[in-house]
Design a protein around this ligand. Structure first.
Ligand code: IVH
Length: 753
């Protein structure tokens, strides 16, 4: 226990030894106070005493900066969980929303929902419309009417436990009367304009950092490790949804929200029920007009299908519900000068132009960079060669209009030619990679110019590593983008496999991680442990983590589900390599044929051309089968298949993948829990017209029962569901002797008949 001897000595009278002892004592006292407050829920000292200890600690650190402890309490904002918040796995995934920007998309949404549900045009279909609050979402769990947990959305599956902080928010009730036994209420935490201005005023008075906008202020306040700070930040909460429930709240969205209001939650007064797109658009205008006087930020209007039974049937795409849509307000814009165009090189070698701007405020946020997309965009034309912005190009020195839509990266919308400096020259897009000097080329049909340097290009290598450790990939605690970048620059890691030998190489011996700046004994051993934990990992994460072009999270999931194990995935892709070459040659030949046909004024012979190239390619037996298998996976097209095959065909890349796999124990993809399902593990093809459900609904239902849904019939197909008008696929099934049923047969089989 550090001595109290210097506790009363004024800071300017402390010598170095006394100062060090005081910092030790204060760290211990503050840690104990934090533990008592958060973990034991039994504060031992008053807030004023706590603040005094913190202030003294900060004053000593100012006077003796070199004595500041690595685990200084001033860096920890006080929390007992120095590692951040505990993780919470959501009982029901927290989703985000699909976006729309145009009025026409609202009618499309209505039509899409009708199509999916198989509703006639005239059949009633109601929606709710309500403001989209610009804050952050929160899940509040009540058991027996008591608030037991509050968690942020996080990645949707796991969020952070912010219960202590949520309890400080006035709009969040501690207890509920007459609530279901289990009730998870979801809504948005936000800060009002008034409270935001006052908070920023206090922050700047104290010399603390101010917040860019109310949303950042709300997020920063809710995610405070010290709940006392949260308590002094006036946060508010609107309830707009729910997660797990032990019993339904109501039969409609509108009534369920009314029930939440009865239970004591604040719900948004601008929520209405509409009977179709006209009413939805009317409410959109009404909300937009009132926007400036609401006193809090909103960034659009959310529409939700009112009938909860319909919501259940509609279900979810990978991250968004089919039954809701966010209709965003138009982006805010501002004019500023484009100082310079810089090129960034991405993970797949793409050269992306970025505009460096004279900083300007757009919708409350200071913007100094904006994306310029690609070289055509700068030149003033779209992918098809047609003029955009009236054909005006963008040059360094130009006045440009920038805009922000939601959270996305700012973009350049327009150029003011009258303000163009006389000496401004058209921008010459580089044809060599600015990072490694390799040629940067544009392939036929690709809007993007790419560096050909592959792994020798440092920018690509770093981006690949950053992607590898990202949240949806390996997600290694303590190893973020910043750390991998530093390790790469210092030559500690060059590729993902090297991460798994870090402990071997830098755990002991001459150069050790714990001796690096910013690291210590504890953080180094924590990192090695976190890395070890990820040696056993899901197949879908591995496939996604490879960073192969066009293979996003969804495609990686589809591939994992189809192949099941790393071995069959690798064998499948490898076998398809020769076919990918044939596919590319065929695409080129088809392009040439189409161009020729256009000149000659005749119809292009697309199928014949394609088939001729495939025939000429004279592929080994397995290649065509492997290719068909890949493109037969629902969701995987020729583009993804070709990109996978390309990656596996490149020797250096393939070797790098193999080196990685050698360190891993790849967990096979588990099919969903479908015990008792008659179609689990079966490959099903739907063809023809379905009358009782839409194709999308049928597919989602089949997958939920553990079936694989494929787009084409092959020897691997187990069952074909053929509706009226089924053509070649049903014929092929008959030829191959594959079991074929009609829609009623299918419904009877899965027990829905
Ligand atoms: S409903 C499954 N309603 O917007 C649907 N979300 O862009 C869940 N948000 O994560 C969301 N106001 O944080 C819904 N009235 C509202 C909302 C709202 C704001 C946020 C929410 C969500 C994000 C999606």
């Amino acid at each position: 226990m550090p001595s109290e001897r210097h506790a009363k000595t004024p800071v300017d009278r402390l010598d170095e030894t006394a100062a060090r002892a005081e910092l030790d004592r204060l760290a211990e006292a503050l840690n104990a106070a934090n533990r008592a407050y958060h973990t034991e829920d039994a504060p031992r000292i008053s807030d004023a005493e706590y603040d005094a200890l913190k202030a003294r600690n900060a004053a000593i650190e100012d006077a003796f900066p070199h004595l500041k402890r690595a685990d200084s309490p001033s860096e920890q904002v006080g929390g007992p969980v120095a590692d951040g918040f505990a993780k919470v796995t959501h009982a029901v995934r927290m989703m985000s929303l699909g976006n729309a920007f145009e009025d026409a998309e609202v009618a499309e949404f209505d039509a899409r929902v009708r199509r999916y549900l198989g509703l006639e045009d005239g059949a009633p279909l109601a929606f709710t419309a309500e403001p989209k609050i610009d804050g952050l979402s929160l899940n509040l769990r009540y058991e027996g009417g008591r608030l037991v947990q509050a968690a942020t959305r996080g990645d949707g599956e796991t969020g952070e436990n912010v219960t202590a902080n949520a309890r400080t928010v006035d709009d969040i009730p501690e207890r509920l009367d007459d609530a279901p036994e289990v009730l998870e209420v979801r809504g948005e935490v936000y800060m009002s304009h008034e409270d935001f201005a006052a908070l920023n005023g206090r922050q700047s008075e104290r010399g603390d950092k101010t917040f860019a906008n109310p949303r950042n202020a709300a997020a920063g306040s809710l995610r405070q490790l010290d709940a006392r700070i949260t308590r002094d930040r006036p946060l508010r909460f609107f309830a707009y949804g729910w997660g797990e429930l032990s019993e339904p709240l109501a039969g409609t969205q509108y009534d369920a929200i009314a029930r939440l209001a009865e239970l004591g939650f604040r719900t948004n007064p601008l929520t209405v029920r509409c009977d179709g797109p006209d009413g939805m658009l009317a409410q959109y205008s009404a909300i937009e007009q009132g926007r400036a006087t609401l006193g809090y930020d909103i960034d659009g209007v959310v529409y939700k299908v009112d009938d909860l039974d319909y919501q259940r049937r509609l279900g979810f795409r990978s991250t968004t519900p089919r039954w809701a849509l966010a209709h965003k307000f138009p982006a805010e814009t501002a004019w500023t000068r484009l100082e310079k165009i810089e090129i960034q090189v991405g993970r797949t070698g793409a050269l992306s132009p970025v505009a460096r701007l004279t900083p300007v405020t757009v919708g409350g946020v200071v913007v100094s960079n904006a994306t310029l997309h690609n070289e055509d965009y700068i030149a003033g034309r779209d992918a098809g060669g047609n003029p955009i912005r009236g054909g005006k190009d963008i040059r360094e020195g130009d006045w440009v209009q920038v805009y922000r839509a939601g959270d996305v990266i700012p973009k350049v919308a327009d150029v003011d030619l009258e303000k163009r400096p006389e000496d401004a020259a058209p921008y010459a897009f580089p044809t060599v990679c600015p990072e490694c000097g390799s040629d940067a080329i544009r392939e036929e049909g690709d809007a993007v110019r790419r560096c050909t340097g592959g792994l020798i290009c440092p920018a690509q290598a770093v981006e690949k590593l950053r992607h590898f450790v990202s949240r949806a990939a390996f997600d290694i605690e303590g190893l973020g983008a910043k750390q991998v970048e530093q390790f790469y620059r210092d030559g500690w890691i060059a590729e993902p496999a090297d991460i798994f030998t870090l402990a071997e190489r830098f755990g002991s011996g001459a150069r050790q991680l714990k001796n690096r700046e910013g690291w210590g004994e504890k953080s180094a051993s924590n990192l090695f442990e976190a890395i070890d934990e990820k040696r056993k990992i899901d197949l879908r994460r591995v496939i996604f983590a490879l960073g192969i072009r066009h293979v996003g999270e969804v495609a990686a999931g589809d591939l994992a589900r189809h192949f099941g194990t790393w071995e069959s995935f690798a064998v499948g892709v490898e076998a398809a390599i020769p076919a990918a070459h044939a596919h590319r040659a065929a695409a080129e030949a088809v392009g040439a044929e189409q161009a020729a046909a256009k000149v000659e004024g005749r119809r292009a012979r697309v199928t014949e051309t394609r088939e001729a190239v495939w025939a000429e390619a004279d592929l080994p037996m397995g290649a065509k089968v492997a290719w068909d298998d890949l493109v037969g996976i629902d969701g995987i097209g020729a583009t993804v298949a070709a990109s996978l095959a390309d990656a596996f065909a490149q020797e250096a890349e393939r070797a790098s993948i193999d080196r990685l796999i050698a360190h891993l124990d790849v967990r096979p993809d588990e099919p969903p829990d479908t015990e008792g399902s008659p179609v689990a593990g079966k490959t099903v093809v739907f063809t023809g017209t379905l009358e009782k459900m839409t194709r999308a609904e049928a597919k989602a239902r089949a997958e939920a029962l553990g079936a694989k849904v494929s787009g084409s019939v092959s020897a691997k197909t187990d069952l074909v569901v053929a509706g009226p008008g089924a053509g070649s696929k049903a014929k092929k099934a008959a030829e191959l002797g594959i079991e074929t049923v009609d829609e009623d047969g299918w419904l009877a089989l899965i027990g829905d008949g």
